[in-house]
Design a protein around this ligand. Structure first.
Ligand code: SF4
Length: 188
C-alpha cells in the first residue's frame, strides 16, 4: 500500500492498479525493492507519471524501511514522515487504511468539498485535517475522506458541481451560489 500511495500522486487509481502487479512481482519485499536498479523501476512505473522522482522515492523509502524499521511500514505519523516520498496525506492514508487508526487524509477533493459544505474553512491540508477532526466523530475519521473524495469525483466537481443531483443540497451553504450560476447560464 505504501508503494501504491506513492505511485498515486498525480495518477489515477486505475493506472496504479495496472502498474503494481508487475512491480510487486518483480520486487515483492522491501529488501528487493531497495536493491532494484533505478532504471528498471523507472521502466516499470513509467506510465504513472513523474516516474523518475517516484522511482527514487520508492527505492529510498524501501531502503529506509529495511535499515530503520526492520522491513515493516511504521505505524505512527512521526515515523512515516521520515520516509522519502511520504507526506502528511500519504501517512494519513496508510494510518487510516492499512492500520485502521482513524486518520483523515486531505487531498484536493477533500479540501474543496469540505469547504463547500462548510465543514472546514482553512486553506491548507494540515489545518483542514484539524478542523475536520473537530466536527467529524472520531469513529468516522477513517471514512470521511473516502466519502468526500467520492462525492467530489461523482457530484461536487471542481468546475461545475451538480447541485441539482446532490443528496446534501439542502444542507450545503454553497448550493445557492452554484444554483444561481446554473440558472443564470440556463437563462442566458
Ligand atoms: S450542493 Fe453543490 S456545492 Fe454543495 S456539496 Fe452538493 S454539489 Fe457540492
Amino acid at each position: 500500500m505504501l508503494i501504491a500511495v506513492i505511485l498515486s500522486a498525480q495518477c489515477t487509481d486505475a493506472r496504479v492498479n495496472l502498474t503494481t502487479p508487475a512491480l510487486f512481482a518483480a520486487y515483492p519485499t522491501p529488501q528487493a525493492m531497495a536493491a532494484a536498479p533505478l532504471r528498471t523501476l523507472e521502466r516499470l512505473i513509467r506510465s504513472c507519471g513523474f516516474f523518475r522522482m517516484k522511482s527514487k522515492n520508492i527505492k529510498a523509502a524501501s531502503r529506509a524501511l529495511v535499515e530503520r524499521f526492520n522491513g515493516r511500514v511504521p505505524r505512527t505519523m512521526e515515523e512515516l514522515l521520515q520516509l522519502p516520498g511520504v507526506g502528511r496525506k500519504t501517512a494519513n492514508v496508510i494510518l487510516a487504511t492499512a492500520y485502521d487508526q482513524g486518520a483523515i487524509a486531505v487531498d484536493t477533493h477533500v479540501l474543496r468539498v469540505a469547504s463547500r459544505l462548510g465543514l472546514a474553512r482553512a486553506r491548507t491540508p494540515a489545518k483542514v485535517e484539524q478542523q475536520l477532526s473537530r466536527v467529524v466523530p472520531q469513529a468516522q475519521w477513517g471514512q470521511v475522506a473516502h466519502w468526500l473524495i467520492f462525492h467530489g469525483r461523482q457530484i461536487c466537481h471542481a468546475r461545475k458541481p451538480e447541485c441539482l443531483r446532490c443528496v446534501v443540497v439542502d444542507l450545503c451553504p454553497s448550493a445557492k451560489r452554484f444554483l444561481r450560476v446554473t440558472s443564470g447560464r440556463t437563462k442566458g
